[in-house]
Design a protein around this ligand. Sequence first.
Ligand code: F0G
Length: 354
Amino acid sequence: MSAWQGLLKQYKDFLPVTENTPALSLNEGNTPLIPLERLSEEWGVNIHVKTEGTNPTGSFKDRGMVMAVAKAKEEGSKAIICASTGNTSAAAAAYGTRAGLRTIVVIPEGKIALGKLAQAVMYGAEVFEIQGNFDNALEIVRSISEKEPITLVNSVNPYRIEGQKTAAYEVCEALGKAPDALCIPVGNAGNITAYWKGFKEYHEQHQTGLPNMLGFEAEGAAAIVRGEVVKDPETIATAIRIGNPASWDKAIRVTEESDGRIDMVTDDEIVEAYQLLAKTEGVFAEPASCASLAGLKKQIDSGKIKKGSSVVCVLTGNGLKDPSTAIDKVTVKPTVIPNNEEAFMEHIKGGVVR
Ligand code: F0G
C-alpha cells in the first residue's frame, strides 16, 4: 500500500480535482476511528469516535480547506477570507500560507480558544477581531467577498463541503459499512451536510447503507432546534457559538432524508462528556466536539437509540486547542512537591504506589 499523501491525491476521483488543481497537502485526512470500549459496555451501544483533532491543524476543517484553497489558487485568486470561531481561521491560515495566498480572518473578540488564536497568528494570517459575534463576522465577510476579488472559504463555499465529505468515506472504509447512527456537533451545519453527502455517495458506490444523522447544537445557541435565530448565542463550546447557521436549510433536509434529528445539549452535559471521554478513554477533544458524545448519551437515556446500535461520534477538534477550559474545569490540580526524591516518595506512598 502506498503512503498516505493527503485528501486531494487519495480521493481525486471523488473530488473536483482537475489536472490544473495544485497538489496542495499537509497530509490531512486518514484520521483514526477509535472504539470506546468502556463507554460502549456501560451504555450498551457500540461506539467509535472519529478523531478529527489528529488533522494537521487539529480539526476537521483541514479536509474542506485543502479543497477550497486549492480551487481558489487554481481559479487564479490571490486572497482568501473567512469568519471563524477559531478552527476555520487556523486551517485557512495554514493552507492559505502554504498556497501563497493572502489570508484574512475575522474572529469574535475574546471568544475564541487560545490555541486557535495562536495558530492563526503563527501561520501569518491577517487577523481581525470583530466587536461582535461569529454571525456578524460572517455577514461582513460574505458581503466583502461579493464586492472584492477575494475568495470566501467559509463552509458556504461548496468546495469546503466536497473536502469534508471524505470523512464519511473513511468511516465506511474503516467499519466496512455505515454505522446505524452518526452523532455530530452542529454550528453552521456545514459538516453534517458534508457527512451526509459523503455517506450517500459511498453507499451508491459500495452499498454500505446510510446512518441516521443526529446533530447536536449547544443549548445557548440552538437556533435550528428552537426554529429561530439566536441573537446572542452563548456556550462554553465557543466553536459552535453560532446563532444563525449558514446551512440551516441543508441540515433540516439531512435530518429528513436520513430519518435523523437535530437536538441540543446543555453546557453541563458537554462538560460532563468532555471529562468522561478523557478520563475513561484517554481521548482529549475540544468542548464543542463533545456535543456529539453528550448528545449520544441524551438519546440513549431517552430511549431514542436502541441498545446494541453501532454509533460513530465525530470529535471535530483536538482538546489542546482550548487549554483554558480544560484547566478551569478540573477540580484536582497538580500536587506541588519539594525538589527531593524522598519527600516525593512520601507523597505517592499509599497514593499511586499501593
Ligand atoms: N466542532 C468544531 C470543533 C468546530 O470548530 C465547528 C465549527 C463545529 C464543530 C461545527 O461545524 O459549523 O460545520 O456545523 N467551527 C467553525 C469555525 C464555525 O469557524 O471554526 P459546522
